[in-house]
Design a protein around this ligand. Structure first.
Ligand SMILES: NC(=O)c1ccc[n+]([C@@H]2O[C@H](COP(=O)([O-])OP(=O)(O)OC[C@H]3O[C@@H](n4cnc5c(N)ncnc54)[C@H](OP(=O)(O)O)[C@@H]3O)[C@@H](O)[C@H]2O)c1
Length: 247
């Protein structure tokens, strides 16, 4: 993938990992459109930054995705890249009232939302040189956090979907799965300063260094996530599940 001269839609670009990646790419001479549900955080993200634009988008809502795709086709026909960082994480007590509603919301945003935005963007990217889709799974795609069963399942689904996308789009659109470890962002309450989580700046620096590798690895993995990513290969799933089950 090339690191400058792109036009990039970054979902989840109003905060956390998406925002930090959006700023990195904007600083490297790319046109960046940040998208998410909250207009105010998008506006703050692009303030005083020429070359950055905003798009209100709810990936859980097909009409919202369609409207965003129409706007991209009209205003940014040169778009050649998607970084899909938008997502939510919720804890669930299995078997208690309300759990299924949470599961539906999490799967609708994280997994179906990934499919909706990819389906929308693929026709815009197809035929362009240097076309790239980055999906965002998680280390928890590979060993689940039992307190967040729908989240973990949705990210396992994003991993599987990314494998299919990469296969089907081979030679047309490069597909890179970003699988972060636990990073200090506002994804869950208190997470921005939670001890033991990777500082966001460190995570972004290592992630950008991975993007700089030639050829770009199909999975963008920082060192911290490797034990989870390779747990099955290394015969460590049961041990890691025990540890995650205590959280
Ligand atoms: N931080 C971690 O430890 C970690 C680890 C593994 C994977 N990840 C993944 O990394 C991605 C970014 O998370 P983060 O840690 O940066 O947390 P974050 O700061 O909460 O970012 C999530 C972003 O997604 C947007 N979003 C949520 N629902 C959306 C929807 N329906 N449509 C469009 N955008 C939506 C949010 O903005 P609005 O609410 O304004 O829409 C927010 O900007 C997520 O997919 C997350 O699952 C994070």
């Amino acid at each position: 993938m090339k690191l400058d001269g792109n036009t990039i839609l970054v979902t989840g670009g109003g905060s956390g990992i998406g925002q930090a990646l959006a700023w990195q790419f904007a600083d490297r001479g790319n046109t960046v459109i940040v998208a998410g549900r909250t207009e105010a955080s998008l506006a703050k993200t692009v303030a005083d930054r020429p070359g950055m634009h905003t798009q209100v988008l709810d990936v859980a809502d097909g009409a919202s995705v369609d409207a965003a795709i129409d706007r991209l086709r009209r205003d940014f026909p040169q778009i050649n890249m998607l970084i899909h960082a938008g997502g939510v994480m919720e804890r669930q007590e299995l078997g208690s009232g309300g759990t299924l509603a949470t599961a539906e919301q999490v799967v609708n945003i994280n997994l179906l939302g990934t499919m909706r935005i990819c389906e929308g963007v693929i026709p815009l990217l197809d035929g362009k040189s240097d076309a790239v889709i980055c999906t965002m799974s998680s280390g928890l795609a590979f060993v689940p956090l039992p307190a967040t069963p729908a989240y973990s399942a949705s990210k396992a689904g994003v991993h599987s979907y990314s494998v299919s996308l990469r296969h089907r789009l081979q030679g047309r659109i490069e597909v890179i799965e970003i699988a972060p470890p636990a990073v200090q962002t506002g994804l869950t309450p208190g997470q921005e300063s939670r001890a033991g989580y990777m500082p966001l700046d460190d995570y972004i620096a290592e992630t950008m260094a991975n993007f700089e590798q030639v050829p770009t690895p199909p999975e963008n993995l920082v060192q911290r996530v490797l034990p989870l990513r390779h747990a099955e290969r290394d015969g460590k799933v049961a041990d890691m599940l025990q540890a995650l089950g205590r959280l």
